[in-house]
Design a protein around this ligand. Structure first.
Ligand SMILES: C[S@@+](CC[C@H](N)C(=O)[O-])C[C@H]1O[C@@H](n2cnc3c(N)ncnc32)[C@H](O)[C@@H]1O
Length: 252
C-alpha cells in the first residue's frame, strides 16, 4: 500500500482486515472491544483486548484509525510537528498508527521506534510504517524494559499507560520524569473520561517542574466515509466530535 491521505490509509486497512472477515463480523467485534474499553477495563490488563481475530481486526481498522486522527490533531495544535525531534519512541505502539501520525506531521526528519508486548501488533505496526513510507522499526517487548527517553527525542504513550497495573505505571512515571528532565518531549494521550485515568492528575503534578500541561480536547474532524459507516453501525458516535485528554511536556 502507498496511502498518502487518511482516506487512503483507511482503504488500505480495510482491504487488509476485511479480507477474511465480513463487515458485520468486524462490527460485532468492535462492539465487544468497545465494551471492554468502557465497562470492563480490568480485562485489558490481562490481554483480552487483542485475544480474538475479530477484536484484532476491529482494533486495527477502527481504533487504529481513531488514534491516528486524535494524535494528528493534538500534534498540530500543540505545535509538536515543529520540534527538531530525531526519534519518536512509541511505547505500547499497538498497530503503530499513533506514532505514525506524529512522525508524518514532523517538519524535520524523524525515525520511529515502536515497542509493544503483542507480536500481532508489532507485525501490524511494521506494515503501517512501511505503507506510510516512514523510517523506523517496531520491536516486541515490555515498554518498561526498553531503552527510550534520550535528549532530543519524543516519547509517545497513546492509550497504553492505562493498560498497566499500578506498580508498573508508577515505575513508568519515574522514567518519564527522568526523560523530561533530560530534554525529551513527552506526549501522553488517553480517553477524556477521568474514570479511565484517575492517575493522570498525579502525573501532571509530578511532571509540572518540566512544564507538563494537562488538556482536554474536542475536535470536529472529517472522517473517512467507510470509517464513519463502521462507527455508526457499531452504535458509536465520533461523527460530531472526537475527544481525548493529553499530558504534554516539551523542552523550553
Ligand atoms: C489500547 S492499545 C493502544 C495502541 C496504540 N498506542 C494506539 O494508540 O493505537 C494499548 C497497547 O499497549 C500494549 N501494552 C500494554 N502493556 C504493555 C507493556 N507493558 N509493554 C508493551 N506494550 C504494552 C498493548 O499490547 C496494546 O497494543
Amino acid at each position: 500500500m502507498t496511502p498518502r491521505s487518511l482516506e487512503q490509509l483507511y482503504t488500505a486497512l480495510e482491504e487488509r482486515h476485511l479480507e477474511k472477515m465480513t463487515f458485520q463480523e468486524v462490527r460485532r467485534a468492535l462492539q465487544a472491544l468497545s465494551s471492554l474499553y468502557v465497562q470492563r477495563r480490568g480485562r485489558l490488563q490481562r490481554g483480552h483486548g487483542l485475544d480474538t481475530a475479530g477484536k484484532r481486526a476491529a482494533f486495527a481498522l477502527f481504533y487504529g484509525t481513531l488514534h491516528f486522527i486524535q494524535v494528528r490533531e493534538v500534534v498540530r495544535e500543540l505545535g509538536l510537528d515543529q520540534l527538531p525531534i530525531s526519534t519518536i519512541f512509541d511505547l505500547g505502539c499497538g498497530t503503530g498508527t499513533s506514532g505514525a501520525a506524529w512522525a508524518r506531521e514532523c517538519t524535520s526528519a524523524v525515525s520511529l521506534k515502536g515497542f509493544d508486548q503483542n507480536a500481532w501488533a508489532i507485525a501490524e505496526a511494521r506494515w503501517v510504517y512501511q505503507g506510510l513510507g516512514l523510517k523506523g522499526e517496531a520491536v516486541q517487548g515490555d515498554l518498561l524494559r526498553a531503552k527510550w527517553g534520550q535528549p532530543g527525542t519524543g516519547v509517545l504513550l497513546a492509550f497504553s499507560a492505562n493498560e498497566l497495573e499500578p506498580g508498573p505505571r508508577q515505575r513508568l512515571l519515574t522514567r518519564l520524569i527522568r526523560a523530561a528532565g533530560n530534554g525529551a518531549t513527552l506526549l501522553i494521550i488517553e480517553p477524556i473520561s477521568r474514570k479511565v485515568t484517575p492517575w493522570l492528575e498525579e502525573w501532571s503534578e509530578k511532571l509540572s517542574p518540566s512544564g507538563a500541561q494537562l488538556r482536554d480536547w474536542r475536535f470536529s474532524v472529517e472522517l473517512p466515509d467507510r470509517f464513519a459507516l463502521l462507527d455508526k453501525a457499531a452504535g458509536l458516535d465520533h461523527r460530531s466530535e472526537i475527544t481525548c485528554r493529553t499530558l504534554c511536556c516539551r523542552p523550553d
